[in-house]
Structure formats: structure tokens, C-alpha cells
Design a protein around this ligand. Sequence first.
Ligand SMILES: [Zn+2]
Length: 273
Amino acid sequence: MIETPESTTIGYQAESILAGKRIAEVVQATSPHRFTWYNGDPLLYGSLLLGREILSVRGHGAFIDIVCDDDIILSISDGVNLKYYPAFEKHPAKHQLLIVFEDKSFIAFTVSMYGGIYTFKKVFDNFYYNNSLNSISPLKDEFDEAYFVNIFKRVKKDMSIKALLATEQRIPGLGNGTLQDILFNAGLHPKRKISTISDFERGDLFHCLKVTLKSMTDKGGRDTEKDFYGHKGGYKTILSKNTYKNPCPNCGGDIVKEAYLGGTIYYCSACQK
Ligand SMILES: [Zn+2]
């Protein structure tokens, strides 16, 4: 799933390759997928996109926007895999959208569980999209400790730390995936009630959140996700589906795997209070 480290990485990678390319062909889904969301009729995407030149690509939160001339934007949300192919490669058999450029290179969009592929002119009336676009990224300096404390002030005190940080998109692009290592580094249990977190622990959590997300981004995303070229990210996850069978890197104890609030959580019950 795309979270801030991946949307930022793929945004940079895609812009360096795609800026200046012009769209020559829009190939509809070869393999319709029940949980792929579109805005309006995807058969009409071609009429918006054909002939457009790509100006830039921006990642924000759990979205990646391919910005074209004439104010046309093609945006994907987390769950959509966006991959680049040079001209000599064959089109993949299954995709939910494929775009060919004038130089015959192409990008393919595939969805595994669920995801959104949207095309629109200038404005997209979607809460999550606009919330993501208009929020301050946790990678930015403006996302400082005062900003972080304010997020705590706006919610009920009996909420768990996972519910606060990784649901309702209070911090767009911080989802259940990146959350695991942030809480491990901060020594906090995902179910910990925020009313029991001291000011000192909250300060430490803020620091861990910034450092962990920055490290994930600097290394080109997490090793559980793929980048624009189909390569796994260079950040080695501490707690994820790849690692939970290993002992806790801190104390050597067992890692617990559990379903909680619509996602799998991993934690060490000795190290995370
Ligand atoms: Zn441990």
C-alpha cells in the first residue's frame, strides 16, 4: 500500500522519467477488477488524456498525481501499483489501465486488493484526496511538535494510539504499514490509550515518527512495497509481514501478530508498553 515514503519516492522517480512525455494511447482495463474505483466512466478517461503532455508528478499522502497540461490530472490512491516499462517491453497481460507514450514507453496500473484510479480536470470532489493534498506532510518542517500536539488535543482521550495516528487520515500517508516501525521505535503498544501517554513519551513519539518516516523515504520506500520500476524499497522494515516470525531485534522475544482496527498489527509485548 502506498504511504508517505512510497508516494514521495514514486513521485520523484515518475517525474524524472515522465515529464515531457506525451500520451499517445490509453488502453482500458484488460482485467476488470471489482474493487478498482474510478470517477465517472473510465471509458471516458481516454478523451481527457489522449495527446496530453505530462508536466509533473507529485506524491502526497497515499496519492500520486500525474499532472498533465490543460489542467488534466490522473491520480491513483493506495492499493494501485504504478509501474514504468521501457518501449521494448511487452504489455503485461493483466492491468486496470495502461498508458502508452509517443516514444512507445508505457506505464501500467494494477490493483491487487483495492484502489482508485481517477482522471479529472483541475478539481476532484473527494474528501480523502483533498484532505491529503491540503495537509502538511509529516516530512515537512512545518509538521512540528506543536502541530503534533494539536492532533492529540482534537480527539477523545480514550482512543488508542493506532486509532489516532493511522485511522481517519489525520496524518495523510501515515497508515497501518509505516505505523508499525514508528511505534516499535517509540516503545509504544498500538492499543495504548492516548490518555496514558505522558508528555515525555509523546515528545519521543514525535521524534520517532519524523525520523522513521524520513528514513523510509530516504531509502526509497519500504521493502514490503514496490517502486516505479518494480523494485522493492531499500528500507528494511523492523515489523512487517516479512519479519514477524523473527525474534524482536531489541529483546529477542516473540513478535505478536494480530488484527486490530482494520489492519494487521505487529508488536513486542515486552518492548512496547
Ligand atoms: Zn522486544
